[in-house]
Design a protein around this ligand. Structure first.
Ligand code: DQA
Length: 140
């Protein structure tokens, strides 16, 4: 199984960014432990703060590349980007939307996701463990 994890804007700062919301563990050390735990899975990781780069990546991997699935935390683009939603709808590889925080328990602007309707499912609110739960969804 091959999984690609895509993190959008500001998620490179997890561990330093608003630790009361996102925790104090760095995203890099979390992902290292995730890869170790699921050593039978081949992981790729991509992070970008730029909407177009995320779309380019989805296009690059989304057709007949042998990729099993994509775990996408689009950050704030979740709430704004019709363009990312269109890219997810265009590709053949299933995408699971994840959020570290429970977006529904936060400001109203975070309650709506542009991308949920075109994703296989949504996992939110379990801290960094949201990524692991998304991995499990592909195993099941
Ligand atoms: C987030 C939630 C978004 O509302 C926010 O803009 C982020 C992170 C999360 O993982 O909880 O950057 O996607």
């Amino acid at each position: 199984m091959n999984l690609l994890i895509i993190n959008g804007p500001n998620l490179n700062l997890v561990g330093r960014r608003e630790p009361g919301i996102y925790g104090d563990k760095s995203i890099d050390s979390y992902l290292e432990s995730l890869y170790h735990r699921y050593s039978e899975i081949s992981f790729e990781y991509f992070q970008s703060n730029h909407e177009g780069s995320i779309i380019d990546k989805l296009h690059e991997v989304g057709f007949n590349t042998g990729l099993t699935g994509i775990i996408l935390n689009a950050g704030a683009y979740t709430h704004t980007s019709l363009a990312i939603a269109d890219a997810i709808a265009a590709i053949n590889v299933p995408v699971v939307e994840v959020h570290i925080s429970n977006v529904h328990a936060r400001e109203e602007i975070r309650h709506h996701s542009m991308i949920s309707p075109v994703c296989r499912g949504v996992i939110a609110g379990f801290g960094l463990d949201s990524y692991r739960l998304a991995v499990e969804s592909f195993i099941k």
